[in-house]
Design a protein around this ligand. Structure first.
Ligand SMILES: [Zn+2]
Ligand SMILES: [Zn+2]
Ligand SMILES: [Zn+2]
Length: 138
């Protein structure tokens, strides 16, 4: 089981209440969260600036990665095993049009893409949209 303490310890970051609260929100929610989502969830413990700084530093440290969203609100999700300044979150993201949640589908192998010679990928922004397993049942 991942815990905020483990993640911060691994990245040699000091464990603060706010950093812990941000990671715990991602662990508890299982889907990608935007900065406004976090502001709402952590209303009583962190202010906007703190959340902004934490997101920025977590992106740099390979704790969170950016999740594409067609509505333009940047979302974030926990990385699996990224290192500082080097992300390798090559997986699909799935956005449910019913509940609006975006999840990482990191267990599904990515399709092989053969780019023309000389092209190099720096970032994957693969977003699928549809109905998630939870919404399909109800
Ligand atoms: Zn990453
Ligand atoms: Zn859904
Ligand atoms: Zn992801």
């Amino acid at each position: 089981m991942v815990s905020a303490e483990n993640i911060l310890g691994e990245k040699k970051l000091r464990i603060t209440q706010s950093r812990k609260a941000v990671i715990d929100s991602f662990i508890a929610n299982r889907h990608a969260l935007s900065q406004p989502d976090l502001e709402k969830l952590l209303e009583n413990s962190c202010d906007r600036v703190t959340i902004y700084r934490i997101l920025d530093s977590f992106l740099q440290h390979g704790i969170l990665h950016k999740v594409p969203d067609l509505e333009g609100t940047q979302k974030y999700a926990l990385c699996d095993s990224c290192s500082d300044h080097h992300h390798h979150d090559e997986h699909l993201h799935f956005k449910c049009t019913v509940c609006g949640h975006t999840e990482c589908l990191d267990e599904i192998p990515m399709p092989q893409i053969n780019l023309p010679e000389g092209y190099q990928v720096d970032e994957w922004n693969m977003l699928l949209q549809g109905i998630c397993g939870d919404c399909e049942k109800s």
